[in-house]
Design a protein around this ligand. Structure first.
Ligand SMILES: NC(=O)c1ccc[n+]([C@@H]2O[C@H](COP(=O)([O-])OP(=O)(O)OC[C@H]3O[C@@H](n4cnc5c(N)ncnc54)[C@H](OP(=O)(O)O)[C@@H]3O)[C@@H](O)[C@H]2O)c1
Length: 309
């Protein structure tokens, strides 16, 4: 299995397993994934899947140090005083002593408390002005506790990334962002490479996630004729080609599935594409961003990035 090196010196498997949605199915799905050979699992406080992930890891019997586990701090726990307990709550639910990677899920902070989506009196998102830099600094301090091996961010704009990097004592090891052949963000990817920050793609199948059912008739990324055609050459599906493209760019990819057959098939998305095929895929970048919560979160996300509407 392909692995990449983080700026901490640790290895991260190219292929990770996503666990957003279908919380009730996740214990079986993660167990299936671990049995099939995945060694990189992605969860988050807000997914409500940490307990299921923890149970599956335990049931699998796979030694802890052979699994790369990521979780994320949710927007209601950005206050620096809340960060250590937020991590501890995740560890308790996971039943683990440490996580390999702790990410700040979004740059936006919500009102402190246990409500995941606090609302103002008028019904809008209750956004507060905790600076993500202060949250990040609190995350940096967690490394000395041994409960976190690496830290990083998710869903940051370029300006936000530059600000974090300019002020960080510990540079982010990973930026997790939306990435697939229809939203390649290659300029931004190059910036990460130059700065030693590993990129992980979420939603690697683009609009296959049902939540992203966008208006119009743009079709499905995993039926894109270019991906289908390339797949024929290798005896692979378009979905597998989409994953292989992310890996060929030097990124990790996080396919999610609750379906045993697909869980196994997606693992076969870790294969080498010829350079001519990588080039062909570079030609289908439609700059389509499917996950933009700016309105729901009351914060202008991805301001300077591709696919911003
Ligand atoms: N940091 C963030 O803000 C953020 C945002 C989004 C996602 N993520 C992470 O990234 C992971 C993946 O992203 P995602 O869940 O949005 O989407 P995804 O993995 O791109 O797509 C998942 C969808 O594709 C289906 N699917 C899986 N394999 C397939 C295959 N081989 N052929 C056809 N359909 C297939 C799944 O169905 P079934 O499950 O029914 O098989 C599911 O409906 C998440 O689970 C989460 O861990 C992070």
């Amino acid at each position: 299995m392909t692995t990449f090196k983080l700026n901490t010196g640790a290895s991260i498997p190219a292929l990770g397993f996503g666990t957003w949605q279908d919380a009730d199915a996740q214990e079986n799905a993660v167990l299936e994934a671990l049995k099939a050979g995945y060694r990189h699992i992605d969860t988050a406080r807000v997914y409500g899947t940490e307990p299921a992930v923890g149970r599956a890891i335990k049931k699998s019997g796979i030694p802890r140090d052979q699994i790369f586990l990521t979780t994320k701090i949710w927007n209601n726990k950005h206050h620096p005083d809340d960060v250590p307990q937020a991590l501890q709550d995740s560890l308790n639910d996971l039943g683990l002593e440490y996580v390999d990677l702790l990410l700040m899920h979004w740059p936006v902070a919500f009102k402190r408390g246990d409500e995941l989506f606090p609302k103002t009196q008028s019904g809008g998102p209750d956004v507060v002005d905790t600076d993500y830099l202060d949250t990040y600094r609190a995350m940096e301090k967690l490394i000395a506790t041994g409960k976190v091996k690496a830290i990083g961010v998710s869903n940051f704009s370029k300006a936000e990334m530059e600000r974090v990097l300019a002020n960080a004592t510990v540079p982010p090891a990973v930026h997790q962002l939306e990435g697939h052949p229809w939203l390649q963000q290659r300029g931004f990817a190059d910036w990460h490479k130059k700065n030693g920050i590993h990129v992980t793609h979420y939603s690697p199948f683009g609009n296959q996630n049902e939540i992203y059912s966008r208006e119009g008739t743009i079709g499905r990324l995993i039926e894109d004729p270019v991906l289908v055609e390339i797949g024929k050459k290798y005896g692979k599906s378009a979905a597998q080609v989409a994953l292989a493209w992310g890996v060929s760019e030097g990124h990790s990819v996080l396919p999610k599935s609750k379906t045993p057959e697909r869980i196994r098939q997606n693992l076969e998305g870790d294969f080498k594409l010829d350079q001519e095929d990588v080039k062909k895929i570079r030609g289908i970048d439609r700059k389509l961003r499917f996950n933009d919560s700016s309105e729901d979160f009351g914060y202008d996300l991805f301001k300077d990035l591709d696919g911003k509407k």
